[in-house]
Design a protein around this ligand. Structure first.
Ligand code: GDP
Ligand code: IMO
Ligand code: MG
Length: 431
């Protein structure tokens, strides 16, 4: 039995969905433990492409159970739509296949309205959120006024919570932001109906995962976002409102940390970021354009173009430290094919000439740094058809090995195309 956590090491969109889909074969349960439908995880199987926002990326496999843990914030309308769309494409999702934690917090319409109104009010200083209500929902969780999945099943409690929340939220929306308020009755009716449809899936996920482990089943935890979007450890305030680091599995799924056996860190072979915030290796030149175009770097959730830049070893090494990563899954290596020279960032130089080996807490200091690069040879051969590590061009292996050495952990997997089978597997902890 193994418990493997997959996390993003950069700013999200590293290819976690593909890695989780691939590893699912060796797992019994696949679990989301934080974030919400700000995530967009892409799976490509044969000629079919699926983008999942809330449902774990193991859903396409038969005989597996997918879990949405208590640490996830759930927009029930989005979850139901995602279930319906999968059903239309032949993926039936019965209650035995998808379990939803009774303790997960629910994204309400006022969370979305507040998210959008706040971003608008911030103007040029906007975080660039996905506008899905993620931050305001986590705020209510911490403020102890949130609506939980279990509340959707109790009409009296649901009505009271919506009325109490809207008395306050409508004040902010109308009086402070000058936006429209919401009708408590309408929200109540909609959410009661969502609760009725989701009821068969609602479960004590922590208890069910414990039972699975006791029976010898392996678990695969699917991180959303990336380490540097972490609320505590990321480039605050340009972060999300949850903790994408691996340790958050314990709080977000109700599984003790001593159960975790491996942590895989997904690394895009270059760096991307959607939304605002510092990004030292960002490129505003032909190389950046290459990555954006060849890598089709548009957000899977909002469709926004992703900012692109060189691989930042400092970012990856810090993620290894923060999540106790035991193996690296490098994705999108094929996108770099054809670039004559590559650059790898191995440190930052401050304005006053000091060298930094990790990201500083101060955004002012970070933003004023210059990346220190090492230049590496590129490769010209088509690597998308390669399935054995030793068949990769020497300069390509040198690039990967430099990353692994710098980050201090071995390579587990190399992805050379979006499809499930376009992968070189070196070490699979679930095999
Ligand atoms: P996630 O949020 O970490 O799951 O990543 P996204 O799905 O948002 O973005 C990754 C994108 O890269 C998706 O469009 C994937 O289909 C694609 N992708 C994943 N691995 C590879 C790869 O090795 N090569 C190429 N060219 N595309 C990849
Ligand atoms: P996956 O799981 C990339 C970014 C947003 C914004 C910041 C805060 O697909 O890797 P939020 O809506 O969470 O309050 O926005 O976080 N962001 C992501 N960027 N991939 C994601 O998820 C992201 N989820 C949130 O763009 O900068
Ligand atoms: Mg994504």
């Amino acid at each position: 039995m193994a418990c493997v956590v997959v996390v993003g090491t950069q700013w999200g969109d590293e290819g976690k969905g593909k890695v989780v889909d691939l590893l699912t074969e060796g797992a019994r349960g696949i679990i989301r433990f934080q974030g919400g439908n700000n995530a967009g995880h892409t799976l490509v199987v044969g000629s079919e492409k699926f983008i999942l926002h809330l449902i774990p990326s193991g859903i396409l496999h038969e005989g597996k159970t997918c879990y949405i843990g208590n640490g996830v914030v759930v927009d029930p309308a989005v979850l139901l739509m995602e279930m319906d769309r999968l059903k239309d494409r032949g993926v039936a999702i019965g209650p035995e296949k998808l379990r939803l934690s009774d303790r997960a917090h629910v994204i309400m319409p006022y969370h979305k309205s507040l998210d959008i109104a706040r971003e608008k009010a911030k103007g040029a200083k906007a975080i660039g959120t996905t506008g899905r209500g993620i931050g305001p929902c986590y705020e209510d969780k911490a403020a102890r006024c949130g609506v939980r999945v279990v509340d959707l099943l109790d009409p009296e409690v649901l009505r009271q919570k919506i009325e109490a929340n809207l008395a306050e939220k409508n004040f902010w929306l109308t009086k402070y932001f000058g936006e429209d308020g919401l009708s408590a009755e309408k929200v109540y009716e909609d959410y009661l109906a969502f609760g009725q449809r989701l009821a068969p899936h609602v479960a004590d996920v922590s208890a069910e995962l414990d039972a699975l482990c006791q029976a010898g089943g392996s678990l695969l935890f699917e991180g959303a976002q990336g380490t540097h979007l972490d609320l505590d450890h990321g480039t605050y305030p340009y972060v999300t409102s949850s903790n994408p680091v691996a340790g958050s599995v314990s709080a977000g799924a109700g599984v003790g940390i001593t159960r975790i056996s491996d942590v895989l860190g997904v690394v895009k072979a270059y760096t991307t970021r959607v939304g605002g915030g510092p990004f030292l290796t960002e490129l505003d030149d032909e190389n950046g354009k290459w990555m954006q175009e060849k890598g089709a770097e548009f957000g899977s959730t909002t469709g926004r173009p992703r900012r692109c830049g060189w691989l930042d070893g400092v970012v990856v090494r810090q993620a290894v430290r923060l999540s106790g990563i035991t193996g690296l899954c490098v994705t999108k290596l094929d996108v770099l094919t054809g670039l004559p020279k590559l650059r790898f960032c191995l440190g930052y130089q401050t304005k006053d000439g000091r060298r930094l080996d990790s990201l500083p807490a101060s955004l002012a200091v970070l933003s004023s740094c210059q990346p220190i690069y090492e230049e590496m040879e590129g490769w010209q051969e088509d690597i998308s058809v390669i399935r054995q590590y030793q068949d990769l061009p020497a300069s390509c292996r040198a690039y990967l090995e430099r990353l692994a050495e710098f980050a201090g952990v071995p390579l587990s997997m190399i992805s050379v195309g979006p499809a499930r089978d376009a992968t070189i597997v070196l070490r699979n902890p679930l095999a």
